[in-house]
Design a protein around this ligand. Sequence first.
Ligand code: MG
Length: 159
Amino acid sequence: MDIRVGHGFDVHALADGLRLVLCGVEIEHTKGCVAHSDGDVAIHAICDSLLGALALGDIGKLFPDTDPQYKGIDSRKLLKHVVDTVNAKGYSISNIDCTIAMQRPKLRPHIDTMRERLAEVVGIDVDRISVKATTTERLGFEGREEGVSATAVTLLIKA
Ligand code: MG
């Protein structure tokens, strides 16, 4: 059996008055991610974990932020493209585990909606998708509310 593990990491700066979108869910907040896309830092980390598992580079390589076609794009479209690529190579996604580090707002009320949104795009059962949220105890750029970071780990199995 061919099993692959992949890891992803992403960071976006926060700025006042922008939309905050995490795992395809728009969250009410005073700040949002600065980005060429919709700034969905969690989906970007998940995309990189999937690409990493197959050594296919990263989303910056696939979807350059200099390309106008990706301006403001819904990151779920990027994820769908990455999932299609993984499936086309004969792999299925066993599970995804993502952690978002952000001081405010509290993400817990949104976690199950995030998991459901991701399951729709990835095409696996929601119980195979984990989204976790943590503060950094006011330490670092996340703690100072200057930015958001996300990590993701993915397991792929060749069918
Ligand atoms: Mg990003």
